[in-house]
Write a protein that binds this ligand. Structure first.
Ligand code: NAP
Length: 268
C-alpha cells in the first residue's frame, strides 16, 4: 500500500508527520506522495481541505485518513497520540471506506469561451464586498428570485458545519446527497425581497446565478478564492465524484457534531 503524508506547517504537525514517516518505513509501507492509495493528513480540517485539493485529480482511487493535532475535527478520526493504533489499522486494511458528497462549480466568464470547473469539499461562495451583489437566482433552470446583498453560499453536507453554520444554515447528515444555499447579508425591505431562509437543494437539482455585469466578485471554493473577472453565469450541482475516507474507526456524524459544538458535559 502506498501512503502519502500531508501535514500543515505547525510545529506539532511536523513532529507527528516525522514520527509517522518513520513508523511507516519501519512497517514496510511505501511512501509515495505522487500516487498514493491513502493520504494521511496531519493538522486540522483545514489541512484535510488542502490535501483534498492537492489530490482532487485522483479522488476515485485515493482514500483519506485525518490525524488531528488539536481537537477532533469533522474530517479527522485520529488524535495525534493514537498514531501507533492508526499504523496497526492500516496494516490490516481491507479497503473499507465511507464516502461524502462534493460540489461541482461551473463558471462561465465574459472573457472566455470555455467554462471553468471547480470541485469543493466544504462550500463555494459568490460575494461582492465593494457594493451590493445583485444576481438572478435560478433553481433547476427556473427563475426563483433576484438576490441583493453581500453574497450566497452553497455548501455540501460535510461543509454544513463550516461557513454554512456561521450563516445560520442547518447541519446536514452527509448520507443525504443534497446541497444547501444560505444567504450572506441579504437586503429585505418593501422594495427588495429574498426567501431569507437556508434552502436544501435536492440531489438532481442545481442552482445557477446570473450576477449583474461587474468584475469585482469574489468566488471562493473552500479555502481558495478567485476574483477580478466578469462572470456570465455560475452553476452549482452535487458532483458525481465523492471523497472517500478509510473506515477503520469512523466516528458517527452526530457524535462529531456534539463533540465540536456542544461538548459531552452539556449534552445531559
Ligand atoms: P480558516 O479560516 O483557517 O479556518 C476555518 C475554521 O473552520 C477552522 O477552525 C477549521 O477547522 C474549520 N473547518 C473547516 N472545515 C470544517 C468543517 N467541514 N466543519 C467544521 N469546521 C470546519 O480556514 P481553513 O482552515 O483554510 O478552512 C477553510 C474553511 O473556512 C472554508 O471552507 C469555510 O468553510 C471556512 N470559513 C468559515 C467562515 C465563517 O465561519 N465565518 C468564513 C470563511 C471561511 P480546523 O481548525 O480543524 O482546521
Amino acid at each position: 500500500m502506498k501512503i502519502a503524508i500531508f501535514a500543515n506547517e505547525g510545529r506539532k504537525s511536523m513532529m507527528i508527520s516525522r514520527k509517522l514517516h518513520q513508523k511507516f518505513k519501519d512497517t514496510h509501507f511505501i511512501l509515495d506522495n505522487d500516487n498514493p492509495d491513502i493520504v494521511v493528513t496531519v493538522g486540522g480540517d483545514g489541512t484535510l481541505l488542502s490535501a483534498f485539493h492537492q489530490y482532487k485529480n485522483i479522488l476515485d482511487k485515493v482514500r483519506f485518513v485525518g490525524v488531528h493535532t488539536g481537537h477532533l475535527g469533522f474530517y479527522t478520526d485520529w488524535r495525534d497520540d493514537e498514531i501507533d493504533d492508526l499504523v496497526i489499522s492500516l496494516q490490516s486494511d481491507n479497503g473499507q471506506s465511507v464516502s461524502y458528497p462534493l460540489l461541482d462549480v461551473k463558471v462561465s466568464y465574459m472573457d472566455q469561451l470555455r467554462p471553468e470547473t471547480f470541485l469543493a469539499l466544504n462550500e463555494a461562495t459568490l460575494k461582492r464586498n465593494s457594493a451590493t451583489m445583485v444576481t438572478d437566482v435560478y433553481i433547476g433552470g427556473e427563475l426563483f428570485e433576484k438576490f441583493r446583498g453581500d453574497g450566497l453560499c452553497i455548501s455540501t453536507p460535510t461543509g454544513s458545519t463550516a461557513y454554512n453554520k456561521s450563516l445560520g444554515g442547518a447541519v446536514i447528515h452527509p448520507n443525504l446527497k443534497v446541497l444547501q444555499m444560505t444567504e450572506i447579508g441579504s437586503i429585505n425591505n418593501r422594495v427588495f425581497r429574498t426567501l431569507s431562509s437556508p434552502m436544501i437543494i435536492a440531489p438532481n437539482d442545481w442552482v445557477t446565478l446570473y450576477p449583474n455585469r461587474e468584475s469585482d466578485y469574489i468566488l471562493t471554493v473552500d479555502q481558495n478564492s478567485y476574483h477580478g473577472r466578469q462572470i456570465k453565469q455560475i452553476t452549482f450541482k452535487t458532483s458525481k465524484q465523492s471523497i472517500h475516507f478509510a473506515k477503520y474507526r469512523h466516528m458517527q456524524f452526530w457524535q462529531r457534531v456534539q463533540d465540536a459544538f456542544i461538548g459531552a458535559e452539556y449534552a445531559n
